[in-house]
Design a protein around this ligand. Sequence first.
Ligand SMILES: CC(=O)SCCNC(=O)CCNC(=O)[C@H](O)C(C)(C)COP(=O)(O)OP(=O)(O)OC[C@H]1O[C@@H](n2cnc3c(N)ncnc32)[C@H](O)[C@@H]1OP(=O)(O)O
Ligand SMILES: O=C([O-])CC(=O)C(=O)O
Length: 371
Amino acid sequence: MTTTKGLEGVVATQSSVSSIIDDQLTYVGYRIDDLAENSSFEEVVYLLWNLKLPTKSELDTFKAELASNMELPEAVIDHLRSYDLSTVHPMAALRTAVSILGLYDEESDVMEEAANKRKALRLQAKIATIVTAFARIRQGKEPVKPKKDLGFAANFLYMLNGEEAKDVEVEAINKALVLHADHELNASTFTARVCVATLSDIYSGVTAAIGALKGPLHGGANERVMKMLTDIGEEENAIPHIKEKIANKEKIMGMGHRVYKNGDPRAKHLKRMSKELTKTSGQSKWYNMSVKIEDFIKEEKGLPANVDFYSASVYHSLGIDHDLFTPIFATSRVSGWLAHILEQYDNNRLIRPRAEYVGPKTQDYKPIEDR
Ligand SMILES: CC(=O)SCCNC(=O)CCNC(=O)[C@H](O)C(C)(C)COP(=O)(O)OP(=O)(O)OC[C@H]1O[C@@H](n2cnc3c(N)ncnc32)[C@H](O)[C@@H]1OP(=O)(O)O
Ligand SMILES: O=C([O-])CC(=O)C(=O)O
């Protein structure tokens, strides 16, 4: 048996959802650059689930279905209120709330394809409502119900802030959601596929995936990027701070990637957004500091910025709490998880690799009094 640490380079499944070839990312063959510039998030979700772009009327219907499924059962909101609001991280709240949501979906364990598609839609629709309801409850505010005439990105900001956002803010969130929607067999998507390959249900698969996304080596990096920037404080401290981290063998959050060695194609969009949005909000120092760090790490370690690096200053400049950065990632990535879950069900086989045993050789059992 040969083992590959971290499964690097192992091709574990076939997929038609997204691809990374020669450092280019496509969703169903459509270049991420085109989608980021032109698509609504709903259009991308439709693409990932149906493997084709929608017509105008298909998109209108899909948007309306999503918007009309956004409200949460009151019982889920009551659960959110019952958490220890001073300590619970929003990713932990989201993970638990999605699991609870499954208890209130009467089709939770119905495994027919049509039922799975209906559940996917209901779950995608409700995820932003969970994130924003929790964010408001912990501030002592009432959750805001979604508006049926707003798109997904606009509803997210509306439910978060209790007032309709400016177009430029909606466009920024929409683009961030498009850029985060899917990414081949990343750790959380693989987790979702492993879970449902046992023929477990969609809510279990997404709950498991949220747990995997939460970690700092994956989606949890974006919150840590902002922590690093705020610890640095001022531009002139950036390089000394990073040098110290490297000397202590600490990883620089938002840098490096398992697949991209020459640059993450999503990062340039977020970098551009960071430049514009930090300038508009009078906080260019976060962008300037980020550029210094990116250039230094590229030069010193040959590592490129990943999708998490500039998303931090983008969300910060929109006034979003730092611990909501990863839940926003999840709000988008659930679309990819669901696409992969549906694909897994469609051509399923249990995912069960082997482990190379490196423990002690066969040992003779000793009764407890002889040990
Ligand atoms: C959406 C996403 O999930 S994107 C990734 C988000 N995660 C982060 O930004 C966390 C920081 N980055 C990392 O930890 C890594 O680059 C990962 C997890 C993304 C990829 O990891 P892997 O491909 O497994 O690389 P691995 O962790 O083995 O690192 C290889 C070498 O590069 C170094 N390295 C990798 N990333 C970094 C980093 N961000 N800062 C400093 N050194 C790094 C490692 O220390 C290691 O060096 P060594 O060989 O001298 O020990
Ligand atoms: O693909 C990965 O390993 C991580 C990543 O960039 C993502 O999930 O978007």
